[in-house]
Design a protein around this ligand. Structure first.
Ligand SMILES: [Zn+2]
Length: 444
């Protein structure tokens, strides 16, 4: 007898559907898994055979062949045990073949036949829903996660037997629980905000403006300092709707991101812990995949010795140059605000300004906050245009830098509830133009 079912796998940066075929016939008894699949998937045959026997299914000695397709790669991840088990049971005649139509099956098995929770169920459920399949069997513990995909009927099962009962209609589907879904989507706010970070006034301002303008930031500073700022930053990002949270959960569940400890996806913002040539993840693809309004904070060390732009930096101009050449192109192309973390003069003069200078984010943001570039030119006064001309005179610049400066000046003026003036444009300029100071070694 022959039977087929569907499961999912994470392959490279995407999630794919795998078809699991099982065939049982007379001949030399054995269990073979074929198809170009990873060793890990091939090993599941032993678990499946023992789990089925321990769960009480009699398996007369026959020749069992399981075929997984399409071809997967060496590092692909999947949890095909339960899908293989149900295909085999159906091929043995325990389950009518038609019961396995229009359903995806996810789950790993213990040797006693219990179904173990697995990682990445949300992305599997999304892919299943996208393909038009209407039902999914997942481990009991993962049911709430799968049920976030509203187009699916979800069965959460604890054992192979419960999976069989789900197919036969003897077990009810998982009842959607809005509260459980909210909990999965929401995120705990960090304990600190920018007011609690006792240094880097300029960088704190940069982050504060970025949260309001919904533009991306490049933080150049020590790992420690950057980490603390990024954590505090979370409190200045507005709360987002559940619909938007689902987009972030999808992003968090893409294989590339799950495997990469250097990238943190939060509701409303993303932290890239190293903006220097990233080998693990294509950052260009990441920026393109970001939900509308998402703010990214990319971090990088400021120079090989770590002290730049402080006078104590011992790096030569050429070392600085080759250091900055390592910055990922995608980060530079997508960044509007650059800032060096450290004790600048303004920090020393204003250590611990009294009161809470930086307001926490409002509860729900009204719109995505993207500023239309169309109104950028029209609403600038003659005086402001002259200020811009003065600042950009005699230096190479890009249109993007000019536009970002104007946008940011508007945001800065907005936080003071005043009209844009020269001082706002000057402040914005200091964030939006990336430059490293010329050093003696450069001139040689
Ligand atoms: Zn240095």
């Amino acid at each position: 007898m022959y039977c087929k079912t569907i499961t999912c796998a994470r392959s490279g940066s995407e999630t794919i559907l795998l078809s699991v075929e099982a065939d049982i016939r007379n001949g030399l008894p054995g269990f073979t898994v074929c198809g170009a699949v990873s060793q890990e998937m091939k090993e599941s045959k032993e678990r499946v055979r023992i789990a089925l026997e321990n769960a009480g299914f009699l398996m007369p000695p026959k020749r069992i062949t399981v075929n997984l397709s399409p071809e997967t790669k060496k590092n692909d991840r999947s949890s095909p045990d339960l899908a293989i088990a149900l295909s085999v049971l159906s091929a043995y005649g325990y389950i009518p073949e038609s019961f396995l139509n229009d359903i995806a099956v996810i789950g790993d098995l213990s040797l006693d036949g219990t179904v173990k929770p697995v990682k990445g169920v949300f992305s599997y459920a999304c892919e299943t829903e996208k393909s038009g399949i209407k039902r999914i069997i997942v481990p009991f513990e993962n049911a709430a996660e799968a049920a976030i995909c509203k187009g699916l009927t979800v069965y959460g099962v604890r054992s192979v037997k419960e999976a069989v009962f789900s197919l036969s209609g003897e077990k009810e589907p998982y009842e959607r629980d809005e509260k459980a879904a909210d909990e999965l989507l929401s995120e705990k706010r960090p304990d600190i905000d920018l007011n609690d970070v006792p240094y880097a006034l300029k960088s704190k301002k940069a982050l504060y403006y970025a949260a309001r303008a919904h533009v991306n930031v490049l933080l150049l500073g020590s790992e420690d300092a950057c980490r603390k700022l990024c954590e505090a930053f979370g409190n200045h990002i507005s709360e987002i709707s559940n619909e938007e949270k689902i987009k972030y959960l999808k992003l968090k569940n893409t294989p590339d991101i799950t495997e990469n400890k250097d990238i943190e996806v939060h509701n409303g913002y993303v932290v890239i812990k190293s903006a220097m040539n990233s080998r693990k993840t294509d950052l260009g693809a990441l920026y393109r995949a970001l939900p509308e309004g998402c703010v990214t904070v990319a971090c990088a060390s400021p120079c090989p010795c770590g002290a730049y732009p402080d006078k104590s930096c011992i790096c030569t101009g050429s070392r600085l140059k080759s250091h900055y050449a390592k910055l990922d192109k995608a980060v530079l192309e997508n960044t509007a605000i650059y800032t060096h973390v450290g004790y600048g003069l303004s920090d020393i003069l204003s250590v611990r300004e009294s009161g809470n200078v930086f307001k926490r984010s409002p509860e729900i943001r009204k719109n995505t906050g993207r500023h239309e570039s169309a109104d950028v030119n029209t609403s600038l006064s003659e005086e402001n245009k002259r200020t811009l001309e003065r600042l950009f005179a005699g230096r190479p610049f890009s249109e993007r830098e000019v536009m970002n400066t104007i946008k940011l000046a508007k945001v800065i003026a907005g936080t003071e509830e005043s009209e844009v003036s020269a001082k706002h444009i000057e402040e914005a300029f200091s964030y939006c133009v990336f430059s490293i100071e010329k050093r003696a070694a450069d001139e040689e």
